[in-house]
Design a protein around this ligand. Structure first.
Ligand code: CA
Length: 258
């Protein structure tokens, strides 16, 4: 399921007759959209309309709120107003597009922002909507961008590991179990788990888990591993990483990669 960028996804059912949605409801997932717009009346309208059409929708009135929201969980598409208070839409667009596998970006620009719209597309936005736009136009653009970005994601999937009933997504640093519980790992914990899982079946020395160029950090690695183990334990896999005293650490089971 190409659009499934975060796991687990909210379960959504929808009675829409559109076959496009039927695919998502059949699988129990729905594309997730973040509407970034400072005009609260317009934002509410867009959010309500998209929800009616079976999308999972979140909203933000400025870039800082958007950042907090995306930190919590990723989305498939950001509808981005260019005229925002604080950090402007173009700057936000540039930041979002820097992540190669970030969300699709649909710019919404008012009259007089045509130049910005072109710059936005050059910066990596996937499409644009000129304000004022009709709900039907919005829906058509949203679907088109989701289709395109789903294709991009399908052709460039990041490795996700499955081990001991857990799924680990190194790119999002997200560890989740079948019960839908999840833990966000720190950069260091994520790098360690990535190294352990990609070397499943062999003992990995502590030195190999240290960042390049760092020496004498054995104790720091041990601490990170024990913090990581606590997160693994909370999600039901306390024994995934075994200690081989004096040698290093081992994940002894084969780890399928999605
Ligand atoms: Ca605005």
């Amino acid at each position: 399921m190409a659009l499934q960028t975060t796991w687990p996804r909210p379960f959504v059912t929808c009675a829409s007759p559109d076959p496009w949605y039927a695919v998502f409801t059949m699988l129990g997932v729905a594309p997730e959209i973040l509407v970034v717009e400072d005009d609260s009346e317009l934002r509410q309208e867009v959010v309500a309309y998209l929800r009616e059409h079976c999308f999972v929708v979140r909203e933000a009135g400025d870039a800082a709120t958007m950042d907090r929201s995306l930190k919590e969980r990723s989305v498939d598409l950001v509808i981005l107003d260019l005229g925002l208070p604080g950090e402007g839409g173009l700057s936000v667009c540039r930041r979002l597009a820097e992540h190669g596998r970030g969300p699709g970006i649909l710019i919404a620009s008012a009259q007089g922002e045509e130049t910005d719209r072109v710059v936005g597309l050059e910066l990596g936005a996937d499409d644009y909507l000129a304000k004022p736009y009709s709900p039907r136009e919005l829906l058509a653009r949203v679907k088109a961008v989701l289709r395109r970005t789903a294709h991009v994601r399908a052709t460039a999937p990041a490795a996700r590991y499955q081990a001991a009933g857990l799924v680990f997504d190194p790119e999002q640093r997200l560890l989740s179990n079948e019960a839908g519980e999840a833990a966000l790992l720190t950069q260091a914990e994520s790098a360690i788990l990535d190294a352990m899982l990609s070397n499943a079946g062999r003992v990995v020395a502590r030195e190999e888990l240290a960042p390049a160029g760092c020496h004498g950090v054995g104790r720091a690695i041990d601490l990170r591993v024990s913090r990581l183990r606590r997160k693994l334990a909370r999600l039901g896999a306390p024994d995934l990483i075994q200690t081989h005293r004096g040698l290093g650490y081992l994940v002894d089971r084969p780890v399928p990669v999605q």
